[in-house]
Design a protein around this ligand. Structure first.
Ligand code: F6P
Length: 366
């Protein structure tokens, strides 16, 4: 028979993401509706280590759904990676009679969640990160808002690029994942984008810009993933200098595509959560509570083809590593040949979809 849950703990950890507050609200209200108390660990796992757990009632989560950031705070807590920190966290959970934990964050957060479940604390993860880099889920909380923020600001850059017949190279966050970059490149009518998942030909890009300028195109936008830390600035200089030289050579100053660089950095992490992030966060929060109270643990709530479902945190982490090519020896040992084949199929489909979207983008980026 499933354990009787009386009190659970919720936390947000890692980089904050718009919609995390909506997820916390959903966890608190869904748990309260089922007669279960909730405490929040302030500042992610750090709150557990330093005994900063605060009660969360329905009223505490009022008027929070529309706010960005995370009102229970977040942290990348190095102390929690050490056994001593972990033991302090577990002592705090025992002291407050916590029966289970819901951890909202990215892959680092899920590693912490697994560590807790391995030590006997039932834990469920919810993917909250702007990067959309949890391979097992089609969408993560915050991804949609982050893209909306990029589009909102790049549209402004486009206005001024068009007026001055310039190019703007914009670097956006996303860590090692090109999801934000590719989608916002499509949505802003960019002329090129640089993502880790697909090859980029710099010379071809510059040739294209020159061809388009000869055809009369004035403003250009290029979106570059932060996965290439120096590429954006280098490309900016190269487009600027190459076209300037050409303009001088041909005695035609219209051929000079004056090029500026813009790094959006953390601006992308703020901003009012979009409707879809609020709804996704709400559905995932409720599902996490249902799973925990049903006696399940070590699961991550994911969205696939519009449906909310779950998979094992370990499974999701191995899938991520396989997708990113960062598997370490022994990591797949506990999975059967069928499970590994299922992961490969999943990855193939995701990569094919990415490549098709990139091809579509390039065909229209003219
Ligand atoms: O994971 C979210 C994210 O915003 C990444 O896109 C980015 O690389 C990183 O976090 C930045 O981390 P920090 O806020 O610690 O500078």
């Amino acid at each position: 028979m499933a354990q009787k849950f009386r009190k659970i703990c919720v936390l947000t950890s890692g980089g904050d993401a718009p919609g995390m507050n909506a997820a916390v609200r959903a966890v608190v209200r869904a748990a309260n509706a089922r007669g279960v108390e909730v405490m929040a660990s302030v500042g992610g796992y750090r709150g557990m280590i330093h005994d900063e757990l605060i009660p969360m009632t329905n009223r505490d989560v009022s008027n929070k759904i529309q706010l960005s950031g995370t009102f229970i705070y977040s942290d990348r807590c190095l102390e929690f990676k050490e056994e001593a920190g972990m033991q302090k966290a577990i002592a705090t959970l025992k002291k407050h009679e916590i029966d289970g934990v819901i951890a909202i964050g990215g892959d680092g957060t899920f590693r912490g969640a697994t560590d807790l479940s391995m030590r006997g604390i039932p834990t469920i993860g919810i993917p909250g990160t702007i990067d959309n880099d949890i391979t097992a889920s089609d969408n993560t909380i915050g991804f949609n808002t982050a893209m909306q923020s990029v589009v909102y600001d790049v549209d402004k850059l486009h206005d001024t690029c068009e007026s001055h017949a310039r190019c703007n190279v914009v670097e956006v966050m996303g860590r090692g994942a090109g999801d934000i970059t590719l989608n916002t490149a499509i949505a802003t009518g960019a002329v090129a984008c640089v993502i880790p998942e697909c090859p980029f030909d710099e010379d071809a890009c510059i040739e294209k810009i020159i061809r388009l300028r000869r055809e009369g195109k004035r403003g250009f936008i290029i979106i570059v993933s932060e996965a290439f830390p120096t590429l954006g600035q280098e490309l900016t200089k190269k487009i600027n200098d190459t076209t300037k030289e050409l303009a001088e050579k041909e005695g035609n100053d219209r051929l000079w595509v004056e090029t500026k660089f813009c790094r959006m950095a953390h601006i992308v992490r703020g901003g009012t959560p979009t409707l879809s992030d609020r709804v996704l966060a709400t559905k995932m929060g409720v599902r996490a509570v249902e799973e925990l109270l049903a006696g399940n643990s070590d699961l991550v709530v994911v969205e696939r083809a519009g449906e909310i479902t779950t998979c094992g945190i370990g499974w999701s982490q191995v899938l991520d590593r396989k997708y990113k090519g960062t598997l370490k020896p022994g990591m797949t040992d506990k999975y059967s040949a069928e499970e590994l084949a299922e992961m490969d199929k999943f990855i193939e489909a995701k990569k094919a979809e990415f490549a098709a979207t990139y091809a579509m983008f390039n065909e229209l980026a003219n």
